[in-house]
Design a protein around this ligand. Sequence first.
Ligand code: FA5
Length: 335
Amino acid sequence: MANLDLLRKRIAEIDRDLAERLPALTDPAGLESFRVEFLGRKGRIAGLFKLIGEIDPESRAEAGSLLNALKKKATEAVAAREKELSDVHLEERLASERVDVTLPGVYRKLGHLHPLTIVQREVESIFMRMGFDLATGPEIETEYHNFEALNIPADHPARDEWDTFYIDDTHLLRPHTSPVQIRVMKETSPPVRVICPGRCYRRDAQDATHSPVFHQVEMLWVEEGLSLTNLKYVLEAFTKEFFGEGYEMRFSGDFFPFTEPSVQVHVKAPGSSDWLEIMGAGMVDPAVLTEVGYDPEAVTGFAFGLGVERMAMLRYGIGDIRTFLTNDLRFITQF
Ligand code: FA5
């Protein structure tokens, strides 16, 4: 036969267990089995409620209120511990996932243009501001555009220098951008004012100023009444704008089958004693104008073929053309 004293004893036990065991629980699963043990339908507190029927009738009301108080206290204690655990968990997560927004970000270094691209684009933009159009032609060129149309027949000694890498019997990697002149003139009637940038290939042995693969920018201007004086003016205006003050330019006679007269242009950097050849140029040969269907009595023209690598060497003070091609980051990141 249960009595109130016995019940009080059991309640005190549960009270003690609550006080001792609850704070030791650290994970949600442990807390849940604790809850089931004490507050579940078959739990220890429910078991005490079952005893009420065995208690003296006059003490049952008191027993009921004692047990209700216990149940309330246990429910609140479990809920409080549950909240504590989730707070601790949250703090741990916050600590481990902490982001210091004041740290510098992780960023990918942006690349930049190759010095040859920078130079080529600058040459283009100078001439485009002077009213020139841009034109391009194929790197695999026909013998006709590369030689015959440029007044270089099969037996002409000038072929030796420009006979390069043949793809088949009639196609070769172009050794200069001059064939683009032919393509442009065949498609348009005068006046013509174009620049034609592009890659060229030669049998040249590699040295400090020669590379078997290099870049040229071709310039062509055909109109009524143009003379060598106009060519000289254009070249002087261009080199002055490209290099700025202090650079010197020198013209000397040369020979190209497709220009008459022909000149070569050298430039010297300030403080340097070395002249570097940057281009071949001249008045377009009447034979070339005739070949493309122009009337050499009505129009005259001039052209040049400019070496992009040489321009970059002069501009940046680079002594060896090979540095453009070696992909050495110590060099390339300086631009
Ligand atoms: C020519 O290629 C002519 N087509 C230029 C021309 C065009 C003359 C229009 C008249 C009218 P040349 O072979 O000199 O000419 O080459 C011109 C420029 O290209 C040279 O001054 C040089 O700056 C550059 N060049 C030539 N060969 C190489 C090479 N192997 N490596 C680097 N640059 C080169």
